[in-house]
Design a protein around this ligand. Structure first.
Ligand code: Q7Y
Ligand code: ZN
Length: 665
């Protein structure tokens, strides 16, 4: 199954017909530059183009009132003066004779995308639409939005396909208040939004956009607001919120469908957002969502007003939906103080609803109250306009060239090569020099020619991954620790290399290279390790080892991913120790998530008895979405304690582990 792309140039055929400074940025070119960038980069051709359709009245009435729909229906026949008059009843939006038609196409595009994914025709997809939707409400247009495309899509998915739980991730820089109002008492739709807020000083200046608004009645806990109280937020800030709020809750919620209010005004250079996150961050945000709901992710364009930044961010998102490896997360230097305060506030507001963040520290009541400096809005907006917007510049996103071979395997005799994989067995005798080195350093039994063959194939695989000829690999070996040593020593030889070694299960893991940081070892096991712990050797002791999905996933999302992203390895060596107790679905989730690192260069080592695991492992390495884990129960208190105490001990060295602002004395 492929990636759907839904776009129709008819949606460019409306624009602002009068002077209105607040609306002048919402131009037809937003859509043309996005689509043309996809065509130019060859990404459009790799997608399946799905036609738009007009949303029907019934579709629109899933969210909007009849009065509102009837009123909007009159706009095509209005004169310019009547359109201006009609517009005055709403805020920061404009009407045009053709905008009703385009609004029906935008909503219809989202529904076509949902149909393609929920019928199983497509794996995931993106709809490039305007007008955007997330600000529009039951009976009102707002913030350039006429119909709430994503809210309609969520209602439609539940009604037509019986979808039980929908996750809406709104990474646009504005609060989608229309979505919040639509689902605030609905526990079947989890709405997550971050947004520029500045303690209510920023548009739309709503008290209900703050972190303490969590949803109503049965919907309490299913509305997550992350206010950014300063501009200039960077990649680290966004990733920290994913690792420590969105992902733990999303995995606990276990959605059947993920809808993204994909606004790119949260990217660098945008005049509205004034943030500093670079376009490649959207590759990571998309990737981190792609193992939820069995990969059923539907992204619908919302905002984005810097045409360069917008086009690059759209390409980063679509290329990730297509399954291409994501760029390395360069120089993440940890979340800023203001982001940590927001993180702390949101986690403490939601800890009572979600067991995955139950342990979050409570808010000291005095601090960080939701300061509402209600200043005169027009004064503020004017201030905003006056400041000269210095042109932001940022580097081109790195080229993301998929390897010729996605996954290669090194298997013992008699183990079938999984389909879509390349089997590597060095037929010719290994280079005598290397063979001797192996004999001296690794082989217990010098004449063990099998081991020699396996090791030389393994190194050949690692070398071809380094050259990006092969993206990921899987090897079945008899002696796991020998294989680990061999790969680490080989890889460490190249100066710029850093290897993240992730071990699941008990067993001795070589600590070679952890003293100088060339290697970072994270081992999940049920045994306390007596090994001296240092910054680069992190044993994670879980009560049931890797058998309890909740505890394990909490450790992966809140500990392993932040560490891995901050460490930014060139290779991930993922080792499944014998009898790790890890079930296939959790194993596949782990493989899927770790491919966000090292441009997807994941090398999996398993004991040669694990033949049954070759197929499932290969499937995940090939980019197939991992099956959903189902709703996760509360992690064991011991596991929460273990992960929390590790995080507290390590956060001085690893800034992405922080979830609260450092004590300000
Ligand atoms: N520049 C400061 C004034 C704020 N103007 C807000 C205009 C509505 C934005 C809505 C939007 O972008 C949809 S994603
Ligand atoms: Zn926006």
């Amino acid at each position: 199954m492929g990636t759907a792309l839904i776009y129709d140039e008819e949606m460019t055929n409306y624009k602002l017909l009068w002077v209105d400074p607040a609306c002048k940025i919402e131009v037809p070119e937003r859509l043309t530059v996005s689509y043309e960038a996809l065509v130019e980069s060859g990404l459009a051709d790799r997608c399946m183009s799905i036609p738009v359709r007009e949303a029907t009245d019934a579709d629109i009435l899933l969210v909007h009132s009849e009065d509102y729909l009837d009123a909007v229906k009159t706009t095509p026949y209005k004169t310019l003066e009547e359109l201006k008059e009609f517009t005055l009843q709403f805020g920061d939006v404009y009407f045009h004779p053709n905008i009703y038609h385009c609004a029906k196409l935008a909503a219809g595009a989202a529904l076509q995308l949902v149909d393609s994914v929920l019928t199983g025709k497509m794996r995931n997809g993106m709809a490039l639409v305007r007008p955007p939707g997330h600000h529009s409400m039951c009976s009102a247009a707002s913030g350039f939005c006429v119909f709430n495309n994503v809210a309609i899509a969520a209602k439609y998915a539940k009604q037509k396909y019986g979808v039980k739980r929908v996750l809406i991730v709104d990474w646009d820089i504005h609060h989608g208040q229309g979505v919040q109002y639509c689902f605030e008492d609905d526990p079947s739709v989890l709405y997550f939004s971050w947004h520029r807020y500045e303690h209510q000083k920023y548009w739309p200046h709503l008290r209900e956009s703050d972190f303490d608004i969590v949803g109503k009645e049965k919907g309490a806990g299913f509305n997550i607001n992350v206010p950014w109280n300063k501009v200039g937020m960077q990649n680290s800030d966004y990733l920290s919120v994913f690792f420590h709020i969105l992902l733990p809750v999303a995995y606990e919620f276990s959605p059947d469908l993920v809808l993204v209010c994909a606004g790119f005004d949260s990217g660098i250079g945008d005049p509205e957002g004034k943030m500093c996150a670079t376009p490649d961050i959207f590759a990571h945000l998309t990737h981190l969502l792609m193992n939820l709901a069995g990969g059923k992710v539907c992204a619908v364009l919302e905002g984005g007003y810097n045409l360069t930044s917008l086009a690059q961010s759209v390409c980063q998102t679509v290329q990730t939906l297509l399954g291409d490896p994501v760029p390395r997360p360069s120089n993440l230097d940890g979340p800023c103080k203001s982001a940590l305060e927001s993180l702390h506030c949101v986690r403490s507001a939601h800890r009572r609803y979600w067991s995955s963040i139950r342990h979050a520290a409570d808010l000291p009541s005095c601090e960080i109250s939701t300061k509402h400096i209600k200043l005169a809005e027009d004064k503020l907006d004017k201030e905003e306009e006056e400041k000269s917007a210095e042109e932001e510049v940022w580097p081109q996103p790195p080229k993301r060239v998929p390897s010729a071979i996605r996954t290669a395997v090194v298997l013992p005799e008699g183990v079938a090569c999984p389909d879509r994989c390349k089997c590597l067995m060095s037929a010719e005798d290994p280079d005598p020099l290397i063979a001797n080195k192996f004999r001296e350093n690794f082989l217990k039994d010098a004449d063990d020619s099998d081991a020699l063959t396996t090791l030389s194939s393994l190194i050949a695989l690692a070398e071809r991954m380094e050259k990006n000829e092969i993206c990921s690999g899987l090897a079945l070996v008899r002696d796991i620790s020998m294989a680990i040593m061999c790969v680490i020593q080989h890889t460490a030889a190249a100066l710029s290399n850093r290897v993240l070694v992730v071990c699941v299960g008990d067993g001795k893991v070589p600590s070679h290279g952890t003293d100088d940081g060339k290697t970072l070892v994270v081992q999940f096991s049920s045994k306390k390790s007596e090994e001296q712990k240092c910054k680069y050797y992190i044993p994670v002791c879980l009560k049931k080892g890797c058998q309890d999905a909740s505890g394990f996933m909490q450790a992966v999302l809140g500990l392993l991913l932040p560490l891995g992203y901050e460490y930014d390895p060139s290779l991930v060596l993922l080792v499944k120790m014998p009898d790790s107790g890890l079930c296939d679905t959790v194993w596949k989730q782990l493989i899927g998530l770790l491919q966000g690192l090292a441009q997807g260069h994941t090398l999996v080592l398993m004991q040669d008895v694990e033949r049954a695991c070759v197929g499932p492992t290969a499937s995940s390495l090939l980019g197939d979405a991992a099956p959903s884990l189902g709703q996760l129960h509360a992690p064991l208190p011991e596991d929460v304690e273990a992960v929390e105490s590790l995080r507290h001990r390590l956060k001085a060295d690893w800034k992405l582990l922080q979830t609260t602002a450092p004590e300000t004395r």
